[in-house]
Every structure is written in structure tokens, then in C-alpha cells.
Design a protein around this ligand. Structure first.
Ligand code: ASP
Length: 407
């Protein structure tokens, strides 16, 4: 009998093949081949994921809330989730700042001039207007613009109201779960195509982001990746061991497919269906993962927090600014908030970096210095972002399960 290769294995093979083909195209100086003929297939795949992400987030959150069955449980899951997200984001910032300062004080960062760098980013509008903006004035606009924070608010309100309406809203409950069942099937199909996405994107990145683009930023990229690794090894291993009661190795193995997928697609939102499959396979309750993962893909960005801290220290040194301890505290606070506000889409973390830089008085033009290599930073930060979401879903499920068992 033919044995089917598991999805993580398929993704691993696609990743390795992508690297090999990418190198070959780079060595033969035909990187355009990957841009013109391989990447479009990756784009088709990512388009498919993006096209289902709005219904996935909306229906999965409402369905999750309804399956939990009472608002008390929703509240308890919500509080644990938010506490986990906030704590790990703050830890991520501390790790990011620590590694960046170590690199900086060892004079490893290059000092680049921003005279010919430019970045046309919008100025940060302030916390209050950001907060107001989370509440939609028009539901369809939120769907149309795929504004995930607004969609989460809509899902919370509708989920709660459908539950409060009880028996009278039975039909709506059935419709939501019927639609969600359809979306799950569709997700399953699209996920089965993910090795194509991984292969084509990987080949394209390797062929086009050659050593000359990376140039003297290699050390800054290395610093960010050191932060990503330390965070994963420390925070997720400990979470797996002590909060979820599973070995770190089993956790990373279980999350592997989503991690690789996020690494190549650079989008937590697009990785959502894969993350759900990984979390559920590791024993997360479906109602809890349906609630935690969309929320995580929208607001939980540990990798982004690390990246923003590292790049802030680097750009500050380029601008000749030595950050004081109190400024570092400001970096932790603003990077935590800005990571929350970062959308789970490619390059979003770079846009939100403007918030951290403007708070510190570093000209946003300096972002131009890291723009060209943002994808390389983004691959690692997206990978870490989804790992954090999955860790949280598994941990909250175990925790809630234990509570239920005690009762
Ligand atoms: N691309 C990241 C993500 O989707 C967000 C970011 O750009 O930092 O998780």
C-alpha cells in the first residue's frame, strides 16, 4: 500500500527543494525566472488563503464562542489568552532589547548614513484614535478592507448576542456552524496545496535576496534571528513544558508545518488554517483554538516585537542616538503595543515601526535603511508569531481542560 507523506514532511521537502532551485537560479544568474514563473504560483496560493481569511476569522470566532456555550468560559479563555499574549510580548521586547544592546555595545552594528534612505510612512495617529478605530462604523467596510481587529470586535459582539438570544437564535447558530463546516473543508483543500506555496516562495527569496542585497545588514538580521531563537527556546519551550505539560520537542514538531508556512508566506493571517490544524492535532480544544488563533494572528506578534526592538536600537545608533534606560522602557511599552496593532500580513511590522521610532524622536526616514531586506526579517518574525499563537491555544486548552476535570 502506498503510504501518504504527511503534510509537515511535504512542507519540509518543498522547503529544501525551494532552497536548491533558488540557489541554482541565483548561481546561473536567472533570478527573474523565479520572479516571473515560480512566484506567481505562490501568489495564487496566498491569494486563496487571503480570500478565506475574513470568513475564517469571523466564523471561527463566533463558532468558538458558541461552542464554549457560556460567557463565563469565553471570559476565562479570553483573560488567559490576553494575559499570555501581553506577558510573552513584553518578554519578547526585553529579549530583543538585550540582544540588540549586546550587539551594539560590541560595536557589531554597522553605522549607515540615512542621507539617501527614505521611507514614506504615515505618521502614527496616537493611541486614542487607534483605539477608536478598532470599533467599526460599517460592518461591510470592515470585511471589505479585511480589517482584522474590527472583524474580531464584530465576532465578539455577534457571538455574545447570538448566545444571549438563546433558543430564538437557534437557526443562526446552525447557520454559523454549517458555514464554518464548509469553510473548514475549503481550508483543508487550500492547506493541501501549501507545499506549492512554500516551494515557490522559498525559491524566489533565495534567488532574489542575494548577498549583495543583504550586504552589511547581515549582522542586524543575525541579531534579530538570535532574538527569535532565544525567545522560542526559552518562552515556548517553558510554556510547552510547564503550562501545557508536553515536551518542547513534541511541541515544536507539532507546530512545524505552521512555522514553516509562516516562514515562507510571511503572514500569520494566511497561516491561520495551518495553525489551527497544528494546534488541534496537538490536542487543543477546537472551540478554544477557534477563538484563540484568530485573535493571536491579529494581536499576538512576539517576533514582530523582537524585530522592532532590534531595529530600533540599530537605527538609533545610525542616527547617533544612545538610548537611555528610560527610553528602553518606552521601547518595551511602545513595541508591545505596536506589535498588538500590527496586522498579520507581510511587511506590516515595518509599517508599525514608525510608531516606536516617532515616540523616540528617531526620523522615520531611517526605516529606508532596512526596507530592502524586510522580507528576511519578516520570515523569522512571522514564524515566531504563529508559534506563539499555537503555544497559547495548546496551553489554554490544557488549562481549561484541567479546570473542567477538577469540577
Ligand atoms: N508578517 C508578520 C505576520 O504576519 C507581521 C509583521 O510584519 O511583523 O505575523
Amino acid at each position: 500500500m502506498k503510504k501518504k507523506i504527511s503534510l509537515p514532511m511535504q512542507i519540509l521537502i518543498a522547503l529544501i527543494l525551494g532552497i536548491v532551485v533558488g540557489f541554482a537560479c541565483y548561481a546561473m544568474q536567472v533570478p527573474d525566472f523565479t520572479t516571473n514563473y515560480l512566484k506567481p504560483f505562490g501568489d495564487i496560493f496566498v491569494n486563496l488563503l487571503k480570500f478565506i481569511v475574513v470568513p475564517v476569522v469571523l466564523l471561527s470566532m463566533i463558532d468558538g464562542i458558541l461552542s464554549m456555550g457560556d460567557m463565563k468560559k469565553v471570559g476565562s479563555v479570553g483573560v488567559k489568552t490576553l494575559v499570555y499574549f501581553m506577558t510573552t510580548s513584553a518578554i519578547a521586547c526585553v529579549i530583543g532589547l538585550t540582544v540588540a544592546n549586546l550587539f551594539n555595545s560590541a560595536h557589531l552594528f554597522p553605522v549607515l548614513s540615512a542621507s539617501d534612505a527614505s521611507y514614506a510612512g504615515g505618521e502614527f495617529q496616537g493611541f486614542m484614535s487607534t483605539l477608536v478605530g478598532i470599533f467599526p462604523t460599517n460592518m461591510w467596510d470592515a470585511f471589505h478592507n479585511a480589517n482584522m481587529l474590527q472583524i474580531i470586535v464584530i465576532a465578539l459582539f455577534f457571538g455574545g448576542s447570538i448566545m444571549a438570544a438563546g433558543e430564538k437564535a437557534r437557526l443562526v447558530q446552525d447557520i454559523v456552524s454549517a458555514f464554518y463546516a464548509v469553510i473548514e473543508k475549503l481550508m483543508g483543500f487550500i492547506i493541501s496545496l501549501s507545499p506549492i506555496g512554500v516551494f515557490t516562495y522559498m525559491a524566489w527569496v533565495v534567488a532574489t535576496e542575494g548577498p549583495e542585497i543583504v550586504g552589511n545588514l547581515a549582522i542586524v538580521i543575525l541579531c534579530a534571528y538570535a532574538g527569535y531563537f532565544i525567545h522560542a527556546a526559552l518562552v515556548y519551550s517553558l510554556s510547552a513544558q510547564f503550562l501545557a505539560g508536553m515536551s518542547p520537542l513534541a511541541f515544536f514538531k507539532g507546530a512545524f508545518a505552521a512555522m514553516m508556512f509562516a516562514f515562507t508566506s510571511t503572514s500569520s493571517a494566511a497561516t491561520l488554517p495551518v495553525s489551527k490544524e497544528c494546534a488541534d492535532n496537538m490536542g487543543a480544544d477546537s472551540d478554544i483554538s477557534s477563538f484563540v488563533l484568530p485573535l493571536g494572528a491579529t494581536i499576538n506578534m512576539n517576533g514582530t516585537a523582537i524585530y522592532q526592538c532590534v531595529v530600533t536600537v540599530f537605527l538609533a545608533s545610525c542616527a547617533g542616538i544612545q538610548l537611555t534606560l528610560s527610553q528602553m522602557v518606552i521601547v518595551v511599552a511602545t513595541a508591545t503595543l505596536s506589535a498588538i496593532g500590527t496586522a498579520g500580513t507581510p511587511g506590516a511590522g515595518l509599517i508599525m515601526l514608525t510608531m516606536v521610532l516617532s515616540t523616540l524622536g528617531i526620523p522615520v526616514d531611517y526605516i529606508g535603511l532596512v526596507l530592502a531586506v524586510d522580507r528576511l526579517f519578516d520570515m523569522g518574525r512571522s514564524c515566531l508569531n504563529v508559534t506563539g499563537d499555537i503555544a497559547c491555544a495548546v496551553f489554554v486548552s490544557r488549562w481549561e481542560g484541567r479546570k473542567a476535570a477538577r469540577r
